[in-house]
Write a protein that binds this ligand. Structure first.
Ligand code: COI
Length: 355
């Protein structure tokens, strides 16, 4: 333990471990016994502690409730065969949290508070990292404004917290997606690249409309012309067309810089897969579906991992994708990533933090 940080640990007198069914974990429903909390007051992060998971007391004038000044991350801890806990690319999540925070006028969170907070929580809730194949402990770091003030300005006080939730698959089956050409998730100059709470709130209405029509998720297009595929609601999106892996670039500020996205691109290049980071137009996608050149489509994300896409709706027409075969690129990449996350192969990219 890094004594310089002084993290208070208050352990819960009860545990939900016994009553949690680890064989039937759905995403995000169960939260572990403890949580990490830190306060930003008078220009400094302080009061670092791990405490029993419990409701917060919020004043109804809390700024986050009104104006959504809040950012979050998603990362996962895995258990290897030796019982060690492996966190995948936590340093990348730490960096991205601060990038999102900057865009939302939230003060920077020092790396050591993020890392030590996570480490302390994992130490106390170690038993919550599932032993079941394919499962993990999803970690949800987040920062939100804590001022009680109804005027519009960046808050002066904040809370940083980390929750831990044992999870199985986010999508149990391959997904059906609909290309969205009316509503927008993000526009250039907006907050699309930030993992900001409001981005998700704004996406709910169009996503719900699509879900009512039987689609699991949307494929968002650019907010100006709706001609270019950007990302999906819970993940970045990738296509294999004529043997080339294509995914949207993250240079426009409208697309989340996915850590799984980056990991897949790194492994793809290592596998010798041609990779193009470029915008795919809706017309190109439709042509590739019509001509049979679209070999695979899948989403990438921490929660979703690699989620196979089985159907794409474009302008009201459903296109079924070929069934994913065992030697498909997306299957190989999922296996390759899992091998690293569960410590089955050497960690040559230094992506794993071991506890
Ligand atoms: C994640 O993949 O960690 C996310 O934050 C996506 C969320 C919609 C579950």
């Amino acid at each position: 333990m890094d004594k310089t940080l002084n993290i208070d640990i208050i352990k819960s007198s009860t545990s939900k471990l016994e009553t949690t069914n680890f064989d039937e974990l759905s995403f995000g429903q169960t939260i572990s016994d403890h949580m990490f909390v830190a306060d930003y007051i008078d220009g400094a992060w302080q009061n670092l502690k791990v405490v029993p998971y419990a409701p917060l007391q919020l004043n109804p004038a809390n700024a986050t409730l009104h104006y959504g000044q809040s950012v979050f991350e998603g990362m996962k801890a895995y258990r290897n065969e030796q019982g060690e806990i492996l966190v995948f690319r936590g340093d990348a999540n730490q960096q991205r949290l601060n990038e999102s925070a900057k865009r939302m006028c939230i003060p920077e969170l020092p790396k050591e508070i993020f890392m030590e907070g996570m480490r302390s929580l994992l130490e106390v809730d170690r038993e919550w990292v599932p032993k079941q194949t394919g499962c993990s402990l999803y970690l949800r770091p987040f920062i939100f404004a804590a001022d009680d003030y109804l005027g519009i300005r960046p808050s002066k006080k904040y809370k940083f917290m980390i929750l831990a939730s044992p999870v199985g698959k986010y999508y149990a089956k391959p997904v059906a997606v609909k290309v969205e050409t009316r509503f927008a998730r993000a526009i250039e100059g907006g907050t699309g690249a930030a993992k900001a709470a409001g981005n998700y709130a704004g996406s709910l209405y169009p996503a719900l409309k699509a879900q009512k029509d039987g689609y699991d998720q949307l494929l968002w297009t650019d907010g100006k012309t709706h001609q270019y595929i950007e990302e999906s609601g819970t993940m970045n999106v990738m296509f294999v067309i004529d043997g080339v892996l294509i995914t949207a670039p993250t240079t426009t500020g409208t697309i989340l810089k996915g850590i799984t996205r980056d990991s897949v691109l790194t492994l793809a290049k290592e596998m010798g897969m041609p990779v193009e980071e470029r915008f795919l137009t809706v017309i190109e996608l439709e042509e590739a579906l019509n001509s049979g050149k679209l070999e695979e489509a899948f989403g990438t994300g921490t929660a979703a991992t690699v989620a196979f896409i089985r159907l794409i709706n474009i302008h009201g027409k459903d296109y079924e994708l070929p069934e994913v075969s065992e030697d498909a690129f997306s299957v190989q990449i999922l296996e390759g990533l899992d091998n690293i996350k569960y410590g089955k192969v050497p960690d040559k990219y230094n992506w794993i933090m071991k506890y």
